[in-house]
Design a protein around this ligand. Structure first.
Ligand code: NAD
Length: 472
């Protein structure tokens, strides 16, 4: 298997768009894992690389900010047939780049379906128009007649990305460990049927980042372990979740989109102001933020079963993110500023003194208990594996690498989402970078250990109702 992974190499030209925490983390992996020649790589970003990392790796930086008006002219001389655009930027439209790459015959991969600037926080737009659901529907509409052609992988990082592969692996583990005799599913309907058979009602992307630096957050500063701009952007979008077929309490602030696949709903409040109860094996129970993410919608959509035109099964799917402690303080301060982002941003990496990123999927509803499958990666492990990384960035790098390997082996797949990729190919490439990868059962439910001092509305008859997870 390892040998197979090493055989996937890339000899074309590669453009890396953006060179922030993820770009810097990814650069050393390209020659090492895919045999990419540094002389064939160009980084495009608005300002010179002040970290010196690009120069250290022998890679040229082209200092240009891509915009709606210039992106084709800037990229045209850099990308032709068989070349690769790795989009690790913010504020550049994924769909515009995908259209361009298709015309040029180039591969494409990003880790977030981004619009041009201004859409996430434009008060003139409806919550639905500012949602990831609508961004995804635009991509799916574009894809209708493009199910082949140069492969473009949309939203393949850690989450979204890797977690779609984790979900499939978790379903297979659960089947095996509960004595279900099943064949490996070969299509979405079969994956959905397996999830239903396992009585999975809810899937959380359950993440607890404990990384910390000795230099704590200062007043007026936003600290995070990855893009501050990216986190603030997605955090101010409405909270979004795949809406399960078992749900029987409609949240009073929820809305349906009224178009598209209908697998997800939005709440009329920012994700970073929406907390949910969740659980990871090392952290135990915690409150996480229900920040919108592409995987909440795509996993729910792919695990939907229909009979006679009616949805008969779909799990509720959403993110339950506990970022690093200084990011939580940063969010609290930002909320107090009426959601105006602080001017000073700090992404912590080399200064981190300890901690891990515990990132996985938590599948709930099976009578045996809840099942968490994911990566526990410490900052020390991450640094030892690849320079210029913290635990969070390396989990993203692992997902990107898995997606690139899949794309290079499937060069004519058209536009795909993480759920479309073969999870074994993705995991085979990603696992060496994920530290301890574990599957663990637990007996947690969101009703467990509730304080009697301040009772909240619950549905004790079914622990897996969204009303029981939401912190009010
Ligand atoms: P960052 O903020 O550290 O860096 C962003 C980079 O984009 C910077 O180099 C910036 O100069 C560049 N950029 C900004 N505007 C640009 C423009 N107009 N043209 C060209 N370059 C431009 O962000 P990051 O932490 O490296 O994250 C990069 C992307 O990856 C973001 O979209 C983020 O949401 C995404 N991400 C995804 C995951 C995942 O697991 N799926 C995790 C972390 C980050």
């Amino acid at each position: 298997m390892k040998q197979d992974r090493r055989r996937t190499t890339f000899s074309g030209r590669l453009v890396m768009l953006g060179f922030g925490s993820i770009g810097q983390a990814m650069l050393p992996v390209l020659p090492r894992e895919l045999g990419v020649e540094p002389s064939r790589v160009r980084i495009v970003k608005p300002t010179p690389d002040e970290t010196g990392i690009a120069a250290q790796h022998g890679v040229e930086v082209i200092t240009t900010a891509l915009s709606e008006g210039n992106h084709e002219a800037v990229l045209e001389p850099l990308l032709g047939e068989g070349d690769f655009l790795l989009n690790l930027s913010v504020d550049v439209s994924s769909l515009a780049l995908i259209r361009f790459c298709r015309k040029r015959g180039a591969f494409y991969l990003d880790t977030c379906n981004e619009p041009w600037p201004g859409r996430y926080d434009d008060p003139r737009l409806t919550p639905s128009q500012r949602s990831n659901y609508s961004l995804r529907e635009e991509a799916l509409a574009y894809r209708l007649d493009k199910r082949s052609g140069p492969t473009a992988v949309l939203t393949q990082g850690a989450n979204p990305g890797l977690v779609s592969a984790f979900t499939k692996r978790a379903l297979l583990d659960m089947a095996q460990q509960t004595g279900l005799k099943v064949e490996r599913p070969t299509c979405y309907e079969e994956w959905a049927a397996l999830a239903r058979q396992l009585q999975v009602k809810v899937i959380h992307i359950a993440e607890r980042d404990t990384q910390t630096s000795d230099r704590r957050k200062a007043p007026g500063e936003f600290v995070n372990t990855w893009s501050v701009a990216g986190f603030a952007d997605e955090g101010l979008q409405p909270a979004e979740l795949g809406w399960g077929s078992h749900e029987r309490h409609w949240p009073e602030d929820a809305g349906r989109h009224g178009f598209g696949c209908d697998a997800a709903v939005y709440l009329n409040r920012p994700g970073i102001a929406t907390r949910v109860r969740s659980w990871t094996p090392l952290e135990g129970p915690y409150h996480g933020f229900l920040v919108t993410h592409a995987e909440s919608i795509s996993i729910a959509d792919h695990l939907t079963l229909r009979e006679n035109g009616q949805v008969v099964y779909r799990p509720t799917v959403h993110y339950a993110y506990h970022p690093c402690d200084d990011a939580v303080l940063s969010l609290h301060e930002m909320a107090g500023r009426n959601w105006q982002l602080q001017h000073r941003h700090r992404i912590i990496r080399d200064e981190i003194s300890g901690g891990i990123d515990e990132l996985g999927v938590l599948l709930m509803g099976n009578p045996k208990g809840v099942y968490w499958y994911g990566s526990r990666l410490s900052v020390e492990q991450a640094r030892a594996l690849v320079p210029h990384n913290n635990a969070t960035s390396l989990q993203v790098v692992a997902g990107i690498l898995g997606g690139m390997v899949w794309a290079l082996r499937n060069p004519d797949a058209g536009l795909v989402e993480p759920d479309d990729l073969d999870h074994e190919t993705v995991l085979e490439a990603a696992l060496p970078f994920l530290g301890d990868v574990v599957g663990q059962w637990g007996d947690w439910t969101p009703l467990q250990g509730r304080s009697e001092l301040f009772p909240e509305a619950t549905d004790p008859a079914d622990p897996w109702q969204f009303i029981n997870f939401r912190v009010t």
